[in-house]
Design a binder for this molecule. Sequence first.
Ligand SMILES: NC(=O)c1ccc[n+]([C@@H]2O[C@H](COP(=O)([O-])OP(=O)(O)OC[C@H]3O[C@@H](n4cnc5c(N)ncnc54)[C@H](O)[C@@H]3O)[C@@H](O)[C@H]2O)c1
Length: 257
Amino acid sequence: MIRDCERHAGKGVLVTGGASGIGLGIVERFLGEGASVAVLDLASIDKPEAAGRFLSLVGDATDEATVDVAVAETAARFGGLDVMVCNAGVIAVGPVIDMPLSEWQRVVGINVDSVFLGSRAAARQMIAQGRGGAIINAASGAGRRGVPNLSHYCASKAAIIMLTQSLAVELAPHRIRANTYVPGHIETPFWGGIASGFARVTGKTPDEVIEGFRATVPWGRFGTPDDVAATVSWLASDEAEYVSGQAIAMNGAEFPY
Ligand SMILES: NC(=O)c1ccc[n+]([C@@H]2O[C@H](COP(=O)([O-])OP(=O)(O)OC[C@H]3O[C@@H](n4cnc5c(N)ncnc54)[C@H](O)[C@@H]3O)[C@@H](O)[C@H]2O)c1
């Protein structure tokens, strides 16, 4: 793992869904590169090695007041908010014809509302600070192509890409950049639900489901959270100063690129 330990020194970062998987990888990357990091997640985590530079906020990233308070607390504790990572998300598996409206609304609501609320709160804070910033949102390869049994998830991730492109244009005058990261298959606890869900609708075992997804990756393996975090860190850095409105994939050469 290559790290520039000073890259984000002095910056304040907030990561939603940072207690697990990709979000946790992003938290560890930013801490390792000098930033102060807050996490808003349903679960709490501890980072004793980063005392004074870490804050765990327990709450729901789809609740308006909770998100606004999390942004305010991060800025107050760390001298401002420079990077917002809207990473929290959920997935579920099932065919459209059997899908209750409530299940559609649950998946789309959590994924899209959390990005809208996090981006909005961060933009307001960054505009008030007057020193620009970076908003980086979690999309998915499933937001660029249809996947059977993932219609709600695909629709939610496509919406996040378009929301973020719109933010990039609206916020450019304030020198706030907005981009999405587009992971392929990344080994996290997320895959427990995917494997059991596809096992239910296909009759395969969860192991067969996982192997089937792995076999679609030309690079031959699932990605790691740090494969994603490395790009998120770069997107947040000054080196990416002219990069905004983009959706950048890390997927081992899997289609779509
Ligand atoms: N793992 C993959 O292969 C993959 C691929 C493409 C995109 N993604 C996206 O990356 C993001 C992270 O996925 P992951 O694999 O790390 O998942 P994960 O399940 O390991 O972690 C998700 C985290 O989000 C938190 N969370 C969920 N709902 C929340 C809410 N309402 N408020 C606050 N926190 C909430 C959970 O508590 C958990 O800590 C998601 O947006 C997901 O859609 C993942």
